[in-house]
Design a protein around this ligand. Sequence first.
Ligand SMILES: Nc1ncnc2c1ncn2[C@@H]1O[C@H](COP(=O)(O)OP(=O)(O)OP(=O)(O)O)[C@@H](O)[C@H]1O
Ligand SMILES: [Mg+2]
Length: 380
Amino acid sequence: MTDKAEFNCSFCGTHKDSVQKLIVGESVAICSDCVALCQTLIEEEEPNEVESQSDVIEKVEPYAIMRHLDRWVVGQKTAKEVLAVAITNHYKRVFNPPPKGLTIQKGNVLLLGPTGCGKTLLAQTVAKYLNVPFIVADATNLTEAGYVGEDVDSMISVLLARADGDVAKAERGIIFIDEIDKVARKSENVSITRDVSGEGVQQALLKIVEGTICRVAQHGKRKHPQEPLIEINTKNILFIAGGAFDGLLDVVKARTTGTNIDLMKFGMIPEFIGRFPTTINVEELSKQELIKVLTTVKNNFIDQYTYLFSIDEIELSFTDDAIEEIVINCMNQKTGARGLQTEIERVLRPHMFNSGKYKKKGISELNIDKELIINPQPIK
Ligand SMILES: Nc1ncnc2c1ncn2[C@@H]1O[C@H](COP(=O)(O)OP(=O)(O)OP(=O)(O)O)[C@@H](O)[C@H]1O
Ligand SMILES: [Mg+2]
C-alpha cells in the first residue's frame, strides 16, 4: 500500500479529509462520492437495443415487470398489475404460436385516466424494460389515408426506423397511441359528411391494430415512387392507446354500465373498443405520491435539477415544507405530475438565471425553503 492510496481516492484523487468516507483496500482506495457515482452508472446503464427474442421472453413475467415499474412509476398499483399481466400474455402469445384450430385473441390495451398521472410513462417504462422498439404516436396528428396529415401507416414506418430497419424487431414492438380521446366521434348521429379527424381515424386504425400487412417505406415517406416498400405484419405489434377521457373516471366510479358502454358515450366506436380488450384505469396521484414523484422515484425532478445545479458547483436542497408547498401548488393546477415541473421551474428560475453570479460570489449551497416557493427571488 502506497501512502497515496491510504489517503487519496484512487479514482478521483480527492484526499480523505475532503470526502465523507474513504474505503481503503490492498492497493487502492475509493471515496464515498465515487462509490455513489459507480452505483448510478450501474443502475442507469441503458439496456442495449433490442437483442434477441429470448432476451424478451426471459423478462416477460408479471412480478418482474411489476418490480421494474415500481422503480420508475409511483402508485398506480392496479394499473401496473393489469399492465404486467397484459404484457405477459401478449408476448406469451407472440412467442408461443397456439396449435392449429386455436387462436388467441390479441390483447391491445386501453389506458385511461387523468392527464399527467403516468399513462405514457407506464407504457414507455415497460417497453424500455423489454428492450422492444417503442414509439408514441399522437392520435390528433393522424388522419385517414388521402387526407392532410399523417396516415396511420406512418406509425409503422416510424416503428421500423426505431428498430433500425429490422423488420422482425419492429414486428414485436409497442406503439403507444396517445390522446385517443381526441379522435372520439363528434356526435352520436352518423353524419353524411365524413368525420375525418374523429371517427375516420378510428376506422382507419381498426385493421392495423387488429393485425394486417402494412407496406411502408424504409425511411418514412417514399423519396421516389420506385422506392421498394417493406412489408410489416402488425399482428404481433402491441398497441396501447391512452386517453384522458375527461370525466370518464367519475362515470366509471358511479357505474351502472360497463366501461365499454361509457367509452361509446364518449365517442369511441364499438369496433375500436372491441380491439382493445384490456382497459386500465390510471388514478389521480395523491399528495404523498406526488411527493415521491418529486423526491424519490427514479429520475425524479429534484435529482434532475440537483444535477443541473451541480454543474455550477451549487448544492441544491429543499426543506420539507418547501416540497409540500410545491406539491400543493401542483395539485391546484390539475395537470397531475406535470404540474411539478412547471412549479419547480417557476421556483428555481431566478436561481438558474443567477447561477453564474452565485458562483462568483462563492455561494455553493442553495437551500430552498417555503418562503422561496411563495416568493421566488435570487439570493442577495
Ligand atoms: N405515477 C407516476 N410516477 C412517476 N412519475 C410520474 C407519474 N405520473 C406522471 N409522472 C411524471 O409526469 C410526467 C408526465 O406523465 P405522463 O406523460 O405519463 O402523463 P400521461 O398520463 O400520459 O398524461 P397525458 O394524458 O397528458 O398524456 C412523466 O414524464 C413523469 O415525469
Ligand atoms: Mg401521455
